[in-house]
Design a protein around this ligand. Structure first.
Ligand SMILES: Cc1ncc(COP(=O)(O)O)c(C=O)c1O
Length: 382
């Protein structure tokens, strides 16, 4: 038996990978499971996207290796998308790098900028990948608190008091925030850029949820002096129901992107041509796309709110995104609660603790289920 690398001992199998095995086993035993756990969009991508990939198959270059930087017209579509929706001007030649998924981008960025022992500021609660990637590259996670009393925004004064920031190289932020659905105000972006400047930290805003039930999409790159210390990740997964296509992008100063290309060009050999063609179509969708997508999620969210109430939870009606983050009654533990609901009602909900210790006492419902399923869940609980 060959022993595994030490770095593997720093991480565990992804929670959903483990838990879904249990959920699938219950399904095999005939349990009528309703999955409100994971955020994998069940709706279809725009039809023009599917036509584009199908049509592209006959193109002469369709099956060849593709450029490490993606097709120029894909980068142009990304630049146009950022101009139209975020009022941010980016050079398609030097300030945009298409990625095969934004999750993968978290690894690329970490490999490009982190040495062993460097510190990384990670939100608690937050997307678990920031922590596992930090550990895989031998850097040290330093968690910063997000609390309901601060509307799930960091307290920079507290952060500077409680953390030794001398070795911190990267700070992950993610607004609109997953799992809480909080939208950050303009002041937050100004403050985080100042904080980054003060401590010479690279702030990466992971921004995949801007277009889900959110009226005011914001990019950190819009703010003054952002390009000196900030990068932004975005993704087609949630905005266009293309999670399995694996299309994301990282944007920012050309010098930073050059370093990321150094890593990425040694890890993959370009994005499949047809996927790039489909992505271009998605990025060029009219406003109708966003309206119709959100009208579906709005209906689902109203039902999920009803389900949350039936489970004696409270929630914030101003929150955005693909999930409803709900607070359990006092003293109820997240994992015990979701296990009970799974056992008694065959409904799978994510416990808040998988996003960090500040998720204790909360649960997360996904909106990636049809209204009939959510209605059935309400009926079971009631
Ligand atoms: C906060 C956050 N960032 C990044 C991702 C990764 O998205 P993708 O790799 O599909 O672009 C997710 C996916 O669930 C997420 O919730």
């Amino acid at each position: 038996m060959i022993s595994v690398a030490d770095r593997l001992h720093t991480v565990e199998e992804y929670y959903f990978s483990r838990k879904l095995k249990e959920v699938n086993l219950l399904k095999e035993h005939g349990k009528p499971i309703i999955n409100l756990g994971i955020g994998s969009p069940d709706l279809q991508p725009p039809s023009r996207v599917v036509s584009a990939i199908v049509d592209s198959m006959q193109d002469a270059t369709a099956h060849k290796y593709q450029s490490y930087q993606g097709l120029p017209e894909l980068r142009q579509a990304m630049a146009d998308f950022y101009k139209k929706h975020f009022s941010v001007s980016l050079s398609p030649k030097t300030e945009i790098l298409p990625l095969m998924g934004s999750k993968e981008g978290i690894m690329h960025i970490s490999m490009a900028f982190l040495n062993e022992g460097d510190g990384v500021l990670i939100p608690n609660p937050g997307y678990p990948t920031y922590t596992s990637v930090t550990k895989l590259v031998g850097a040290t996670p330093l968690f910063y608190d997000l609390k309901e009393k601060n509307n799930w925004l960091p307290d920079f004064v507290e952060l500077e008091k409680t953390h030794d920031l001398s070795k911190v190289k990267i700070m992950w932020i993610n607004y609109p925030h997953m799992p809480t659905g909080t939208v950050a105000p303009n002041k937050f972006y100004e403050d985080v850029i100042e904080f980054a400047k003060r401590h010479n930290i690279l702030v990466v805003n992971d921004n995949p949820y801007s277009f889900i039930l959110n009226q005011f999409p914001r990019s950190i790159l819009k703010y003054k002096n952002a390009k000196d210390h900030c990068l932004e990740l975005n993704s087609l997964s949630k905005t266009f129901n293309m999670a399995g296509w694996r299309v994301g992008m990282v944007m920012g100063k050309s010098e930073y992107l050059d370093s990321i290309i150094k890593v990425k060009s040694n890890m993959d050999s370009g994005m499949f041509y047809g996927i790039q063609k489909g992505a271009i179509e998605a990025l060029n969708c009219s406003d109708m796309w966003y309206l119709s997508l959100n009208s579906v999620y709005e209906k689902r969210r109203t039902l999920v709110w009803e389900l949350a109430e039936a489970l004696n939870c409270t929630y914030d009606k101003n929150a955005t995104g693909l999930f409803v983050w709900a607070k359990l009654p006092e003293f109820v533990k997240s994992e015990e609660f979701i296990d009970t609901v799974l056992k008694n009602d065959s409904i799978f909900i994510a416990p808040g603790t998988i996003f960090g210790s500040n998720g204790e006492g909360y649960i997360r419902f996904s909106l990636c289920a049809e209204t009939e399923e959510i209605e059935e869940a309400i009926a079971r609980v009631k």
